[in-house]
Design a protein around this ligand. Structure first.
Ligand code: SF4
Length: 323
């Protein structure tokens, strides 16, 4: 891997639980609990896990849309947690986000042109309205929409088209990194692959890096070079996308993958049904957080936290099966 563009080290985001009239802190929800990974220029890193595992909170913490509790976020070697508000505003040009819900993330009172021009105005990118309009037209063409529709409102577009507008808005400031937070999960299956293909094309064209967040391993696999599997605020397995898909190491990854349909009818994969719900991150189980639901649980798993280790070259997991 070339020099990482983004390095996330031991990222934590805890939310306090307050109780009583004095609103005293009675505990912590450990939404993100020590997440580390790197993303190279032009690479896609997939972050996958069940809903509530902390992946979206991790994505927002990386951009400081919510302030992390601890950890380092290095972008091009600079620790963005140390940046002051003005410096952070400049940095936001480099790091953009595409949200899950294209219906909710676009201002319904703005035309598409206004939506695309807003980030250009915030970042003082062009001197004249004519230049901004030209750029908005280019952006729409880039994401496969006709520039002739720029004076329409979001409700006049389909879900897939609205997500294209969301992507165009993220591109308006020429970012290097895009955090795509479940960008296709609100879309019809037929439209999902069109948006994924668009993201793929844009990456090649513009040499973008992505952190691609999703709950569906088949969607993440489609686009990612490497994948991190999150469970209860922690990454439990990380490795090359093809290798992880071929031979998942962690029992949680194995269970997630067993639910993914295989296009080849010759290949059979045993379905592993996950027992129980995701435990509360306010009160995680002792030992391995996954032990109450794990098909391979051993005595040691109930009391001792498994260490993070390189099981095979470039493939990491936290599981006592590899002690
Ligand atoms: Fe299962 Fe134990 Fe591995 Fe946790 S450490 S995933 S409980 S085998």
């Amino acid at each position: 891997m070339s020099e990482p563009l983004l390095q996330v080290r031991n990222l934590k985001k805890y939310f306090p639980i307050r109780k009583g009239v004095m609103r005293r802190i009675a505990g912590q929800v450990r939404a993100v609990d020590g997440v580390s990974f790197e993303v190279a220029a032009g690479e896609t890193f997939g972050l996958v896990g069940e809903s509530g595992c902390g992946k979206s909170t991790a994505g927002r913490s990386i951009l400081r849309l919510i302030e992390p509790t601890a950890g380092q976020i290095l972008f091009n070697g600079r620790d963005i947690r140390k940046l002051k508000a003005g410096q952070m505003r400049l940095m936001r040009r480099e790091m953009q986000i595409v949200f899950q819900d294209p219906y909710a993330s676009l201002n319904p009172r703005y035309t598409v042109r206004q939506i695309l021009e807003e980030p250009m105005i915030i970042h003082s990118l062009f001197d004249s309205a004519a230049e901004r309009k030209k750029r908005a037209a280019e952006l729409l063409e880039t994401v496969g929409l006709s520039a002739s529709r720029m004076d329409r409102y979001p409700h006049e577009f389909s879900g897939g088209q609205r997500q294209r507008i969301g992507i165009a808005r993220a591109l308006a400031v020429d970012p290097k990194l895009i955090i795509a937070d479940e960008p296709v999960s609100a879309l019809d299956v037929s439209v999902q692959s069109q948006v994924l293909n668009l993201l793929d094309d844009l990456q090649k064209q513009l040499h973008l890096s992505y952190v691609f967040i999703a709950h569906d391993l088949s969607v993440v696999k489609h686009i990612s070079d490497r994948i991190g599997v999150m469970y209860l605020g922690q990454i439990v397995e990380l490795g090359d996308s093809d290798e992880l898909y071929e031979k998942p190491l962690h029992p949680y990854t194995q269970a997630l993958l067993s639910a993914v349909p295989i296009p080849n009818p010759e290949v059979k994969r045993e379905r592993i049904i996950l027992q129980g719900d995701l435990p509360s991150p306010a009160n995680p189980p002792k030992g391995c957080y996954f032990h109450p639901r794990c098909k391979d649980v051993m005595e040691i798993c109930r009391t001792q936290t498994p260490a993070w280790k390189e099981v095979e070259p470039g493939r990491f997991a936290a599981c006592h099966l590899y002690d």
